[in-house]
Design a protein around this ligand. Structure first.
Ligand SMILES: Nc1ncnc2c1ncn2[C@@H]1O[C@H](COP(=O)(O)OP(=O)(O)O)[C@@H](O)[C@H]1O
Ligand SMILES: [Mg+2]
Length: 264
């Protein structure tokens, strides 16, 4: 059966209240947006505005208090292999080699080992880790370990890739390289991505769409589609940042970040 909805994401009036004293904490209030297959969506907003909560609900790791989320047309009711997840902290298994980490939990369980090996090799190449396949994570730099985590999520060929500040712990140079690398791979594989960040440049560089959340509770303040024309591959950062439209949007979003931020 051909599934037209494959790789699509639909978030409809989603709410989240964490239990607690009194009424609890309302973290997310009626957030709605959607992505089509192959699009990169960004959840952007100040710290504590509910970005990770929306992502974890989409992953099925957090219960949904109201509304619904559909991935590939199917309602999310719990975790599933149709979604791949990468967090900020390195999540590789230290006792497995790079290759074994990437092969871990492959969706094609039961498929021939040759097929599996092909998939693992493909993503190790894509992410530039082939030479290190026999290494253990503690023999790698932070950036390389994070690449292992990303390769593992990609090798599972999820319909939707969920990234929660995946480059947050990396130095600026590595971070920029990783943004381009991941963007090139997901464009090539036509993978849909939902990524959390609070970095405006990262959002503008990677996003087809940006869901800007206001804080306490998280509401969709604005749906921005930057449209800097990078549908096929990672854009050149220098020329992108020179564009008046980029600079104007950057300034406007920074202003939104400032007025949503809670003074410390
Ligand atoms: N497990 C939890 N229990 C109670 N409150 C939580 C929990 N996780 C997050 N929150 C609260 O929900 C709000 C949104 O958190 P989060 O989604 O982590 O924000 P962000 O990722 O945008 O920084 C915050 O006020 C946070 O304190
Ligand atoms: Mg978060």
């Amino acid at each position: 059966m051909i599934n037209d909805a494959l790789g699509s994401l639909s978030i409809q009036a989603v709410c989240k209240t964490y239990p607690g004293k009194g009424q609890g904490t309302q973290a997310v209030d009626r957030v709605s947006f959607g992505l089509e297959r192959g699009e990169v969506g960004i959840l952007l907003g100040p710290s504590g505005c509910g970005k990770s909560t929306v992502l974890r609900m989409t992953a099925g790791l957090e219960s949904i208090t109201g509304g619904q989320i559909c991935v590939s047309g199917r309602q999310v009711r719990g975790p599933g292999q149709d979604r791949g997840l990468v967090f900020q902290s390195y999540t590789s298994f230290p006792w497995l080699t790079v290759e074994q980490n990437v092969a871990y939990g492959l969706r094609i369980n039961g498929a021939s080992s040759r097929l599996k090996e092909g998939v693992v090799q493909h993503y190790l190449n894509a992410i530039g880790l082939s030479r290190f396949r026999q290494h253990y994570p503690d023999q790698l730099s932070g950036g390389m370990r994070q690449r292992v985590a990303i390769a593992r999520a990609l090798a599972n060929e999820p319909d939707l890739l969920l990234l929660d500040e995946p480059f947050g712990a990396l130095d600026p140079e590595t971070r920029q390289q990783m943004q381009a690398l991941v963007l090139n791979i997901v464009r090539k594989e036509k993978m849909t991505v939902l990524m959390v960040t609070h970095d405006v440049d990262e959002a503008l560089y990677m996003g087809d769409h940006i869901a800007f959340l206001s804080s306490h509770p998280g509401r969709l303040r604005e749906w921005i589609s930057p449209g800097f024309g990078h549908e096929t591959a990672a854009p050149d950062r220098g020329s992108l940042q020179q564009k008046p439209a980029y600079r104007g949007l950057h300034e406007r979003i920074m202003g939104m970040m400032r007025d949503e931020s809670v003074p410390i």
